[in-house]
Design a protein around this ligand. Structure first.
Ligand code: TYD
Length: 136
């Protein structure tokens, strides 16, 4: 699995703006996978730590619908921290990237669009196992 931090991108979600507010739309070519699952985190304590795993095949787009949080990314060699704080900017995380999420703002809502249904077998929850997976 040779994905790297460089494969991770911020995706700008197209918006329609008029005097009634903003409407953001995700469809078709906005994201490079078909959405098979949607879930969201809310009522997250500010000192919570989420993630702490990688996926073997799953692609995800993480969107801070409200508030902000930090996503720490690791590819086994390089590390990057991305602060997500705009509801029209999502973070595309490809398979084979370790992620940890913290520094949740009060009342924050984190929306996740995923390319497959929930499957625990797709998770790597041990960091050493992740490093071995990256070397394989
Ligand atoms: P997990 O993916 O570890 O959460 P996070 O990365 O936000 O820390 O999932 C937490 C728990 O919820 C775990 O027991 C699996 C379960 N879960 C589902 O049942 N369905 C899902 O779609 C997701 C994402 C998690």
């Amino acid at each position: 699995m040779n994905s790297t931090i460089k494969d991770i991108q911020i995706i700008e979600i197209p918006r329609v703006h008029d005097e009634r507010g903003l409407l953001a739309v995700i469809e078709g070519a906005t994201i490079p996978f078909d959405i098979k699952r949607v879930y969201y985190l809310y009522d997250v304590p500010s000192d919570a730590f989420r993630g702490g795993h990688a996926h073997k095949e799953l692609n995800q787009l993480i969107i801070p619908l409200s508030g902000s949080f930090d996503v720490h990314l690791k590819d086994g060699r390089d590390t990057e921290i991305v602060n997500l704080n705009k509801p029209h900017k999502g973070l595309l995380i490809v398979p084979g990237i370790w992620r940890e999420i913290d520094n949740f703002s009060s009342g924050c809502v984190c929306l996740v669009l995923a390319s497959a249904k929930y499957n625990e077998d797709d998770y790597i929850r041990d960091f050493n196992e992740f490093l071995a997976f990256k070397k394989a």
